[in-house]
Design a protein. Structure first.
Length: 397
């Protein structure tokens, strides 16, 4: 199957799985510990049903959405996915380019392989940057300055990685081994995984041709002079996460960064209120795609409480588990003003490079359009709890 034949995100998912060896694919796919959070994220969307209204003129349907004073063509964007270049060389800039063409936001990861300055060149109006606080505050502050100087539209601080999580697939697979030189990777992988990798020659050839892992280019200026790609990965690992990051740091970032400041990974309404008090412009309600705390609730489940707590004081967005256009509409009925997803566009990039990312975006866009027509909702502004069915629906209305 080619990416242009993909009918849904699951098709891209299957194609990505075929292209990558297990040691690499498991990094994208996995959660942590028992991976209950992954199921919870999907199940949260499946609990909700959309209640269609008919005899409504849906001949024109508008899925554009305005946040932070900018109009985007769809109510979704691309969440940051670190190390994307390991799975498809140049993936960060493919994501940026596809976002620019589709006029949606792209959040470059704090662990991206391409640089934020390159993202700004490729997608000057659509690229944002996600920051992982570093143990050395000077690096952090310098990154913030670079984001401001490059003119990126927003800084997204991810707060849900105070410590690394226990990603058991990666531990068992020895994922860290492939984040270095290719020869060392080949010598250190378990024989079964190495043999399995050899059945994915497309990726293996690309990996060897580039000498192994790609560098984390944003980190080159801070690593020792002459640092190799592997050195940048190691240096980043020694600096991130900053275990002692607190609200005072967020206050500092607020003073340093003049434009839109978003906090990603907020799950408690009290934290959302505190971020609003500090003057942050938005939150992305997120459990990191089920990769950080296996016992965390689904972000969709905590979304209504967060929206109630902050009201219109800041923009409330959501990610984790979005796989269908309808999921985005459901989240919007529950109070999200915008949604993001991480894996779907990464599947697209892995499966087919830039055309694969574009395909993922087109799939979401097409599904949103159809479901808006189905439920009698020509404009996203009309979405709200009235479009959701619940068993006690007649009593509640
Ligand atoms: C491979 C991978 C790498 C990720 N890297 C980052 C990252 O560097 N920074 C970050 O804030 N979130 C990161 N995330 C989390 C995503 O930004 C997002 O919260 C998550 O993927 C949403 O869930 P979804 O994949 O179900 O859409 C990563 C997720 C994946 C799958």
């Amino acid at each position: 199957m080619r990416v242009d034949q993909a009918v849904n995100i699951e098709d891209l998912h299957r194609m990505a799985r075929r292209r990558l060896p297990k040691v690499a694919f498991d990094f994208i796919e996995g959660g942590l510990e028992d991976e209950r959070g992954l199921d919870r994220n999907t199940a949260a969307f499946h609990k909700h049903h959309l209640l269609p209204r008919y005899l409504v003129d849906v001949s024109k349907r508008d899925q554009s959405a305005t946040i932070f004073g900018k109009n985007f063509a769809s109510p979704f964007g691309i969440s940051p996915t670190g190390g994307a270049g390991l799975f498809r060389r140049g993936a960060d800039l493919m994501l940026a380019e596809a976002a620019r063409e589709a006029n949606i936001p792209y959040i470059m990861s704090g662990s991206s392989n391409d640089s934020l300055e390159a993202a700004a060149r490729v997608a000057p109006d659509n690229a944002w940057y996600q920051l992982y606080a570093a143990r050395d505050p000077e690096i952090c502050d310098d990154l913030i300055r670079r984001v401001a100087d490059a003119g990126l539209g927003a800084l997204v601080l991810t707060v849900d990685v105070p410590v690394h999580s226990k990603r058991e697939r990666n531990i068992r697979n020895g994922f860290a081994n492939i984040r270095g030189n290719w020869l060392r990777a080949a010598l250190s992988l378990k024989p079964t995984l190495l043999a399995e990798a050899m059945t994915h020659p497309g990726w293996v050839f690309e990996y060897i041709r580039h000498g192994g892992t790609p560098a984390l280019e944003n980190w080159l200026p801070y690593a020792a002079p002459g640092a190799t790609a592997e050195d940048t990965v190691k240096f980043n690992r020694s600096m991130v996460p900053a275990h002692a990051q607190t609200w005072r740091d967020l206050e500092r970032y607020r003073r340093l960064f003049p434009r839109t400041l978003i906090v990603k990974g907020i799950m408690d309404p009290r934290d959302a209120v505190r971020a609003a008090d500090i003057g942050c412009d938005g939150v992305i309600v997120s459990n990191h795609g089920g990769r950080q705390l296996d016992q965390a609730p689904a972000s969709l489940d905590v979304l209504p409480a967060i929206k109630r707590a902050v009201g219109d004081r800041m923009t409330v967005m959501l990610d984790s588990g979005v796989r269908r256009g309808a999921d985005i509409l459901i989240a919007m009925c529950l109070g999200a003003q915008f949604c993001f997803f991480g894996r779907p566009t990464l599947y697209g990039a892995v499966a087919g490079g830039l055309p694969g990312v574009k395909k993922a975006i087109d799939i979401f866009r097409g599904e949103i359009d159809l479901v808006m027509g189905q439920i009698g909702c020509p404009s996203l502004n009309e979405l709200g709890p009235d479009f959701l069915w619940s068993d006690d629906w007649p009593r509640n209305r």
